[in-house]
Every structure is written in C-alpha cells, then in structure tokens.
Design a protein around this ligand. Structure first.
Ligand SMILES: [Zn+2]
Length: 379
C-alpha cells in the first residue's frame, strides 16, 4: 500500500491507466466487502486469475498496489471503501460494481450515509456501461444504484435498516413491512429481486435453485455469497460452479475459523458498527460460547464510540462476557445498562486466558481484531 500511495502521489492518473484494458469489478458497502471480495476472487480464480487487494487495503492506493502487482491480470476484483467509491468509479470505469449496504460507520471519518449514497449515484451516472449488483433491501443502496444504466438486484434473508428510516430521495418516512419497504411519499420502493437467498438456498434470476450450505456462519455471509455468485455470473461463471467454490470456504482473512487453544477453541469475529454487530449477535445466538468484546476506537476503527448505544447487547444477557479495549469503560457502561453481567480484562488474549475453558468468541473492532489475531495465530 505504501508503494501505491507513493506512486499515486507522483502520478495521480496512475489508477486510471492501470485499469485501462482490464475488466474491473468493484466491491463496496459498509459491511461485508472484504468477505465478498475474497469470495468473488476465489470464484474467478480458475477462469480469470484476477488481481485483487487481498490485504483489505481498500482505498485508491490499495487498488493501485493490487494492479501494479499483477500487470498480467486482465480482470481485477477490488474492495473499495464506500467513501472512495465515487473517485474509483471515475478512475477505473468498472464493468461491475457490487453495492452491499450503506450504514453508519466511523461517522467522524466517512460522513453521513445519504451524502455517500448521493455521491455514488452521481459517479454511476458518469459511468455508462457499468452494471450495478445491488442490495434491494437497503433504501440507501437502491437510491445510489439509481445512477446506473443497468441494475441487478439481490435480496438478502435479512437486512439492517435502522439507518434508512428516512427516504434518501425526498426525506419522507420509509415504511418497512414483511414484504418489502416503500417511501410514503415518492416512488422509491424495494425493487423486485433478480437473485434471492434464504436459509436454505440461492435462487437464480431464471428460477434455478442452488442448495446453499456454507461453512461461514450467519445470514450476512449468505448474503455476501449471493453477491459473489451474482457478480461472477456477470463475468460468465455459472452459478453452480461459484456455489461449489463458496461452500468450501471456511475462513476469510482470519475471521470465522476456529483457532485451537489449550483451554478450548477461539474464534475471531469483526464488528465495527451497529449493523456489523447485528450480524455478529445473530452468529452468537446459535452458540453457547463465552464472549470477549473489544472496543478500542482508535484511528483505524473510527474514534466515535457512541454507536455502542445502538447495539442490542441485551441479547448477551446470561452469557459469560468479558469487556476489553481502550474503550472498555464505555463498553462496560453500555453492558451495565443492557443488564449484561461481565468481567474486565487487560486485553482480548488475557480475557481468553481468564476464562475456564470451552469455546470463546472474540468480537471486536478492527484494531482489537488485528492485535488478537497477531497474538493468537502469529499473523
Ligand atoms: Zn421518498
């Protein structure tokens, strides 16, 4: 990434030139972009051997580094931070943009979601020929995708919509109901889905059905996988073959896989905003593990921890919970009001060691995740 940053500083037109004559797929959204990018890159590996930013460096310099590393690759799959998506669309003229979701994340850095959605829509208007594969359940995504000439809709089994109670088009109220959502004033409403995923299967636009048994837990990963299948299909990879690849994935960049430890297995989960926590809590609901929660709110995480009050930590009542991190005091207050009994420890690994065996889930923000992973698996 440093190489990419230096190269971009010396030559601001570099990303544009590196993308020329390649088929570029951009994957963006607040949550799930690393997982979806990794899934899509694996699905395309056999036919395309794509360039991709596997380290998760998802700003323009990370994209430059990924493309510089693979001058031979005719296809590129790039995870892009949603706030940089407009400029990267302008630079790369992507064939496909995957737009997963837009919710609050690092408000001090990324900015307000409706503004982000508007900027993405304008960039798509400037990029005719780009197909958007977008989340039909997310009003902000539907508004952003409105700038594209061609849209393919994916409907997930569930969706976080507490950041979309107001219509991004007219600011009136959005009503959510079991069969969809619609603005109470303007035309914005949930589009009919092309691809649908539920607890059992993935359904193709032509009516075909694929049983969908993933090792990766949770509805969010089923949704990420559905986006990867739809995006690979745009490049000509049959859904059946992508589904086969994705059902073999057990771990994405250290997340979700269980790590063996003498006291019991440990699993690392990344949760950095309310929508991400919603998914992590869904994964935890199905388990009896002890839970270590880490919140640092450092530069890489976003400094503002106020979102802790929007996470339904009440769902952890009765579980063994340990709070860690630079913001353990804030977290502890939140858990207290959620009536979640909890202990405190110096850090995530100390917390694991303080528990008396059995499986442990460590759920934390980015810096918590990286440091715990480094100490537990040495990477
Ligand atoms: Zn409206």
């Amino acid at each position: 990434m440093i190489g990419g940053r230096v190269a971009l500083t010396l030559d601001p037109g570099l990303l544009n030139r590196l993308a020329t004559d390649r088929t570029v797929v951009l994957v963006s959204g607040t949550n799930g972009k690393s997982t979806t990018t990794s899934m899509l890159a694996r699905a395309l590996e056999g036919d395309f051997s794509p360039a991709w930013n596997s380290t998760g460096a998802n700003m323009p310099d990370g994209a430059v580094t990924a493309l510089l590393d693979r001058p031979d690759a005719g296809t590129a799959v790039l995870e892009i931070d949603e706030s940089y998506l407009p400029v990267v669309i302008d630079d790369t003229r992507p064939g496909v943009v995957v737009l997963l979701n837009l919710s609050r994340d690092q408000l001090d850095r990324v900015g307000e979601t409706r503004m982000v959605a508007n900027r993405i829509r304008e960039a798509l208007r400037r990029s005719p020929g780009t197909t958007v594969i977008a989340n039909a359940a997310d009003p902000l995504v539907v508004a952003a995708a409105g700038g594209a000439d061609r849209r393919i809709w994916v409907r997930p089994p569930s969706s976080w919509h507490h950041d979309a109670v107001v219509c991004p088009e007219c600011l009136d109220e959005i009503r959510h109901h079991p069969s969809g959502w619609a603005c109470t004033r303007c035309d914005l409403r949930r589009p009919d889905a092309d691809w649908t995923v539920d607890e059992a299967a993935l359904y193709r636009p032509d009516g075909g059905r694929h049983p969908f048994e993933l090792h990766l837990p949770g509805a969010a990963n089923r949704t990420n996988a559905a986006f990867a299948v739809a995006a690979a299909a745009e490049l000509g990879v049959p859904a059946a073959s992508t589904v086969r690849v994705l059902c073999g994935v057990r771990d994405v960049a250290g997340r979700y896989g269980w790590i063996d430890r003498p006291g019991g297995p440990v699993r690392l989960l990344l949760a950095k905003n309310p929508a991400g926590w919603q998914e992590v809590l869904s994964v935890l609901d199905g388990t009896s593990s002890s839970v270590v929660i880490g919140v640092n709110s450092r530069q890489s995480d976003g400094r503002d921890p106020s979102w802790l009050w929007d996470v339904p930590f009440e769902r952890l009542r009765g579980r063994t919970v340990v709070a860690v991190g630079d913001r353990a005091d804030d977290l502890s207050v939140r858990l207290h009001y959620a009536q979640v009994d909890h202990a405190r420890a110096a850090d995530a690994v100390a917390a694991v060691d303080s528990l008396r065996g059995g499986p442990v889930d460590i759920a934390g923000d980015y810096s918590t995740f990286v440091s715990a992973r480094a100490r537990l698996v040495g990477v």
